[in-house]
Write a protein that binds this ligand. Structure first.
Ligand code: SF4
Length: 224
């Protein structure tokens, strides 16, 4: 577990690395894959690995100094990707439940897998979208079933990153995410693309329909 500059978290905990989603935003490959190319955390980004020995890392943190701190789980992978063994995910969730003095933020592009697990009260479950059309009835039902039919205390959030389209007339207007996180496109050529998008109007709309919206620094300069 390491401290992070990610503005909505205090630490990242990466018991897995690598991803098969192959997200390719207009700015190129995802940030995590670009970093892996640079630092060679694992040999092949498309052959993700899990690390049993990292499961105990949160136990090593002083519980009094770190009470309430937010831990982003798997910033360089998708823990709920279809390729990750269920028993490994169970062990991650179990560690989170045991470390009840921390808050664990799970984020995935495959939220249907949340339905397989139960989360403790100190967990946040999140999904990533880039425009309003991706907030489908199916997505909302997954959160509803995971949070209310299976466990009561966990919270849910939506990561809108990179913001690439309007959320007007979308389902975020009448659903119940506890928090929205909005960020801009990064990477080669991102500045030109960001400037060509209507980011200010889209962000203002999101802020008008949700009370807890966290705007990332990489978006703020486009909102002036
Ligand atoms: S899901 Fe995340 S880690 Fe995986 S390719 Fe997409 S942006 Fe990268």
């Amino acid at each position: 577990m390491q401290k992070t500059n990610i503005s909505w978290a205090d630490y990242v905990w990466n018991p897995a690395c690598g991803c098969k989603h192959n997200c390719n935003f207009k700015g190129g490959k995802c940030y995590a894959e670009r970093m892996n190319n640079r630092f060679h955390w694992i040999k092949n980004w498309n052959e993700p690995q899990v690390f049993i020995e990292r499961l105990s890392e949160p136990y090593k943190f002083n519980k009094w100094e770190n009470r309430g701190k937010k831990v982003f789980v798997c910033s360089i992978s998708d823990l709920f990707g279809s390729w990750v063994p269920a028993d490994f995910i169970e062990q991650v969730i179990k560690t989170a439940a045991t470390c009840h003095y921390l808050e664990f933020m799970f984020l995935t592009k495959n939220p249907s897998r949340y339905l397989e697990f139960k989360f403790s009260d100190n967990c946040w479950i999140g999904a990533t979208v880039t425009n309003g059309k991706q907030v489908t009835d199916r997505l909302i039902k997954i959160f509803k079933d995971t949070l209310f039919n299976r466990h009561g205390g966990a919270k849910c959030f939506l990561s809108i990153e990179p913001l690439m389209g309007s959320f007007e007339d979308s389902k975020i207007e009448d659903c119940y995410f506890d928090k929205l996180i909005v960020g801009g496109l990064t990477g080669a050529g991102a500045d030109k693309i960001n400037r060509s998008l209507d980011l200010k109007a889209w962000t203002e709309h999101i802020q008008s329909v949700h009370k807890d919206v966290h705007i990332k620094e990489n978006l703020k300069k486009y909102l002036i």
